[in-house]
Design a binder for this molecule. Structure first.
Ligand SMILES: C[S@@+](CC[C@H](N)C(=O)[O-])C[C@H]1O[C@@H](n2cnc3c(N)ncnc32)[C@H](O)[C@@H]1O
Length: 222
């Protein structure tokens, strides 16, 4: 493992807003489940999660735009999370936290008490093989998992370069009778782009540099 990665792992464990629970199966409920507002953020603001956040450009960007909301970036890769954690710590963005977990265990970390109003899924691995459909972060299994803890009004935002994943997610959303709030297979040619949708992630910049079109889908989780 590279020296830089090791340094970042070590630094993560000193950051007050990075949580790296030991993986167990089944995953026990985390002490902050249902208590993120009262026991960590010390306010009653609604919560947004960024799933598969990588370097967490959405967590960093949204938390600066919306200081009266809380944000948690979630990813398995500690060296990536470090980037967002370091930036928000240096900037004093106290409305952020980071969780290093496998998203399959997410229900052990949140409950309806946490007032989760938005889920951002930013450039998730598309998992193109049929046999791995259950691993897609927008599969019926994952949506059901999110419903078990998210607010009844929760809105899901999917940004992806993968047109098959975009089409698949639209199909799932329609099959479940969920409301589509916005949908485009060419975001930057659409009139949807605003301050929020202009935030660009690390992977997004790579796809844009290749001339790829970006898809965006916003829908109600329930
Ligand atoms: C293609 S990258 C996108 C990263 C970032 N959102 C971006 O747009 O630059 C996908 C990210 O999702 C994370 N990821 C994928 N599946 C995951 C899972 N089941 N649990 C936690 N993280 C996951 C990976 O570690 C990776 O950082």
């Amino acid at each position: 493992m590279g020296k830089n990665k090791l340094k970042r792992f070590a630094e993560n464990s000193t950051f007050p807003h990075v949580f790296q629970p030991r993986m167990e199966f089944p995953m026990p409920d985390h002490p902050l489940k249902g208590k993120w507002q009262t026991d960590f953020f010390k306010n009653s603001h609604p919560l947004t999660l960024e799933l598969g956040c990588g370097r967490a450009e959405y967590t960093v960007g949204l938390s600066a735009i919306f200081p009266a909301r809380n944000f948690i970036g979630i990813d398995w890769k500690g060296a990536r999370i470090w980037r967002g954690a370091k930036t928000t710590l240096d900037n004093g963005q106290t409305n952020t936290a980071f969780l290093r977990i496998m998203i399959g265990t997410i229900a052990a970390f949140f409950s309806k008490e946490d007032q989760i109003k938005d889920l951002w899924i930013t450039f998730p691995d598309p998992q193109p093989r049929d046999s791995r459909e259950h691993k897609r972060l927008t599969s019926p299994e994952f949506l059901e998992r999110y419903r078990s803890f998210a607010d009844a009004d929760c809105v899901v935002h999917l940004k992806t370069d993968s047109h098959p994943l975009y089409a698949y997610t639209l199909e799932v959303v329609r099959a479940q009778g969920l409301s589509v709030l916005a949908a485009t297979d060419d975001l930057y040619a659409s009139d949807l782009v605003d301050e929020v949708l202009s935030i660009k992630t690390t992977y997004e910049k790579i796809w844009l540099a290749q001339g790829d079109k970006i898809c965006y889908l916003r829908f109600k989780l329930s």
